[in-house]
Design a protein around this ligand. Structure first.
Ligand SMILES: Cc1ncc(COP(=O)(O)O)c(C=O)c1O
Length: 381
């Protein structure tokens, strides 16, 4: 079976939602399979039919995930999160909602950099909190934080939501930028929730720094949320973590969100996550090499079309493309879907001012990317 036929034969939403004529470049899944260690961990469960209440490392599976997270962060960044301050839970959007509910009251403000991964926006709105938009600025060289506007808006906020590396721009924030965000949070007594799920997909030339490592003062007010789902391509397995940067912050959270509300993890997600973090490095490195080659290919494509606005992502496999100059009707997303049979993610989902943008997922075999780009070329020139 050819690659594309195989992708279409699976029950994966990326390849099934839009029908057989379309090549999907939307939802953030990679078309690359998984690390051998992840597959082996799942296979063991299947072979042993071991689907009962689980014991891992002499205790609850959640505890094993907390220890695995701590070991992995130490290996990657020299950061050793206290496992007692780690709360595993099924998914990151749940972590966003739980922290918003815990640290803010209805109608209070949550600051968020735009453009933003759509569930950040919908979660803030669904919780009845006020979204305080902090649009990033395209300075011609890349997407930058608008710290002056953040400073001006911070007095009406209670929580600062950060996504680093940033989805959809692919920015990896520098130590200076993270310190500046932290400084605003300290000055205005904001809790920081930092989503670092794309961190391990950072390309050479940039370096990811966990927010909790910027300074102890910043760490004390930071909830780090992350998972293995993006880097290791296991989004369907539902396993994530929250880490609270101080016991005080954790106590505040627990008083508002009882443990039972967060549920328990599926053992498949637990074993896959632990295997990915412990033994997935080699697979990840080779996957990142592949992504980097695709990033280069896409960069060449865009460089030949100066009318497309684009800054090369410093991390992850999402390209944020500004198609304003093309005047595509009725919208770039709709035009590409109808005319090129390519489905991206529509820019307006990332904030109302981004209707002329699309987000293109380039985590696919190079032959498929080639087909995506040639279809786009045929449609737009
Ligand atoms: C920045 C960011 N946060 C959270 C998520 C959601 O991750 P999950 O569905 O694994 O919880 C995604 C998914 O693409 C994401 O890009």
């Amino acid at each position: 079976m050819g690659t594309v036929d195989f992708f279409r034969s699976r029950r994966n939403t990326k390849w099934t939602r839009y029908g057989p004529d379309v090549i999907p470049a939307w939802v953030a899944d990679m078309d690359f399979g998984v690390a051998p260690a992840v597959q082996a961990a799942i296979k063991r469960l299947v072979d042993e039919q071991d689907y009962g209440y689980a014991d891992r490392e002499g205790g609850f599976p959640e505890r094993a995930v907390a220890f695995a997270f701590s070991r992995h962060q130490k290996e990657l960044y020299g950061w050793e999160p206290d496992p007692d301050l780690v709360v595993p839970l099924p998914d990151l959007v749940q972590a966003m909602l739980a922290t918003i509910v815990a640290f803010t009251e209805p109608s209070e403000g949550v600051v968020l950099q735009l453009p933003a991964y759509p569930p950040f926006i919908s979660t803030i709105e669904a919780s009845g909190r006020k979204l305080i938009a902090n649009p990033m600025i395209d300075d011609g060289n890349g997407w930058c934080l608008d710290l002056a506007r953040l400073e001006a808006d911070a007095p009406s906020a209670r929580l600062l939501m950060v996504c680093n590396p940033q989805n959809p721009t692919g920015r990896v924030l520098t130590r200076v930028e993270l310190s500046a965000l932290g400084r605003v949070a300290i000055d205005h007594d904001l809790v920081i929730v930092c989503d670092e799920v794309h961190a391990e997909l950072t390309y050479a030339g940039s370096a990811h720094l966990p927010m909790a490592l910027v300074s102890p003062e910043i760490a004390a007010r930071t909830v780090t949320i992350t998972s293995a789902t993006k880097s290791f391509n296991i989004a369907g397995l539902r396993c994530a973590v929250m880490h609270f940067g101080s016991p005080k912050l954790f106590d505040r959270f627990r008083k508002r969100i009882p443990d039972g509300l967060l549920g328990h993890l599926s053992v498949v997600g637990v074993d896959a996550t632990i295997a990915a973090w412990a033994d997935g490095a080699q697979w990840l490195q080779s996957t990142l090499g592949h992504l980097d080659a695709n990033r280069g290919h896409l960069g060449d494509f865009v460089a030949q079309r100066k009318y497309i606005g684009y800054h090369e992502p410093q991390a992850t496999y999402l390209a944020w493309l500004d198609l304003t100059n093309l005047n595509l009707e009725p919208s770039p997303w709709e035009f590409l879907k109808r005319t090129a049979n390519i489905v991206t993610t529509a820019g307006w989902e990332f904030g109302q001012d981004y209707g002329q943008f699309v987000r293109l997922n380039f985590a696919t075999p190079s032959a498929v990317l080639e087909e995506i780009l040639s279809r786009i070329a045929a449609a737009i020139g």
